[in-house]
Design a protein around this ligand. Structure first.
Ligand code: 2RA
Length: 425
């Protein structure tokens, strides 16, 4: 039986996960085509199939909701009418990206192309300095425009990959009077109670229920950690978490990456490395300092992990302590995580829920030296999780694990694009 047929009949996968899986087997397949294939290869794919309870709350994905629920029990529709339904589901959108010359902006363009996002028009916005430049995109060569409110409001979705100050100034004006949906990568509005803060596989429902025209994309470190913590919380209940991070230069943008690359090249040639972006030289070093220090001794980066974990997981009192460290890797963050749990750990269940969670790849075969690493997680959509073991301090009620995810993808562009996919079925 072909992979797609197997997928379409998989009993405990929702359609969104079948689509995820189909795209995993056939990376160049567009999301629409993957959905069509899953739909056409089995009438069962139309039903809202209950998933393993611990795997995800993403059963109400856009595609799941977009499909007619009654189709599950209705007589099988013809292939033609299913394709017609599909065309209704995937409506091309006018997309604007602000900050296209930065590392995240460029990734958003690529992710839209790779995922065959239905784009009717792509507008690339940047500062006056970059306006007029031509950029090659999967949607053809495009000219960069200077950002303007009027032009951004002509879009259906606007991705912001710029500073928090820019977001504070412009988001209220872009979204005013039912303006475009804005997906903001900055931290400006993340802690506003009326603004959904979303990792789509975890809490897309919060965005769907919200009236807000703004959705905040989380801090990269938080998004990567939560891809593993959510299924573990559903299975065992997380009581507290301690996280130590190993964060790549890309967290400081294209300038941070350039400083690492140029500094490493300089040192390899016996010269000094210059540091302007980072507080100290990054090559052959690590720096336990990301973002500014707060009164309590934590850095703001570390507190973002605490605040955002609580909001996304809807666990307002969860104790989370984080130490954030910048290391000389280019674009994947790694994190060592210890959790204490409410319920006894069952290792088989832990592996099962981690292995089933969409967007997470169980990478844990220590006999063969397989574990998450920046080397293997970079440029990948999935977050890797491994080194999963009971924790000696918390005994039966604790786990240690190691995660690694691409900072520019799950930590920024990919997360933002999946949000848009889910919001515009
Ligand atoms: C960093 N988390 O790694 C930040 C970027 N959002 O610096």
């Amino acid at each position: 039986m072909c992979s797609l047929c197997c997928l379409s009949k998989a009993p405990n996968l929702s359609v969104i996960n079948k689509v995820h899986a189909a795209q995993h087997f056939f990376p160049l397949m567009s999301r629409a085509l993957a959905l069509a294939a899953c739909m056409l290869s089995s009438a069962e794919a139309f039903s809202v199939v209950p998933r393993a309870p611990a795997a995800s709350t993403a059963t109400s994905s856009a595609f799941a909701l977009a499909r007619p629920r009654q189709a599950a029990s209705a007589p099988a529709a013809t292939a033609r009418s299913r394709l017609e339904e599909l065309e209704m589901v995937v409506k091309p959108l006018k997309i604007g990206i602000v900050g296209v010359t930065g590392a995240v902006g460029k990734e958003i363009i690529d992710v839209l192309g790779n995922r065959k996002f239905p784009v009717s028009e792509l507008r690339l916005f940047a500062s006056a300095r970059s306006a007029g430049q031509s950029m090659k995109t999967p949607f053809g060569d495009k000219k960069v425009e200077e950002f303007s409110l009027a032009a951004s409001r002509e879009c259906d979705v606007v991705f912001l990959a710029v500073s928090g100050d820019f977001a504070l100034e412009w988001v209220p004006q872009i979204t005013a009077n039912n303006g475009p949906l804005v997906i903001d990568n900055s931290s400006a509005f993340r802690y506003d109670k009326d603004v959904p803060l979303i990792v789509p596989e975890i809490n897309i429902d919060a965005a769907k229920k919200s009236k807000s025209r703004l959705i905040a994309n989380p801090n990269c470190t938080t998004a990567i950690a939560l891809m593993a913590l959510k299924p573990l919380h559903d299975a065992f209940g997380i009581k507290r978490a301690i996280i130590s991070t190993y964060q790549a230069a890309s967290g400081a943008g294209a300038e941070g990456m350039a400083e690492l690359q140029e500094g490493s090249a300089a040192m390899a040639n016996g010269k000094e490395a210059v540091n302007k972006v980072f507080a100290h030289r990054l090559p052959f070093n690590l720096i336990p300092h990301i973002d500014k220090f707060l009164e309590d001794g934590y850095t703001k980066e570390e507190r973002k992990v605490t605040w955002e974990t609580r909001k996304i997981m809807d666990l307002p009192d969860l104790p989370v302590s984080c130490t954030s460290v910048r290391i000389p890797t280019l674009r994947a963050h790694a994190e060592s995580i210890t959790i204490e749990t409410e319920r006894k750990i069952d290792m088989a269940l832990a592996y099962k829920v981690l292995g089933n969670f969409p967007g997470l790849k169980l990478t844990d075969d220590v006999k063969n030296n397989v574990y998450p690493m920046p080397l293997t997680a970079s440029t990948k959509y999935d977050v890797e999780v491994g080194r999963v073991r009971k924790n000696d301090v918390f005994g039966e009620y604790g786990l240690d694990l190691f995660v690694c995810g691409d900072q520019l993808l799950r930590g920024a562009a990919l997360n933002a694009v999946i949000i848009a996919e889910e919001m515009f079925p």
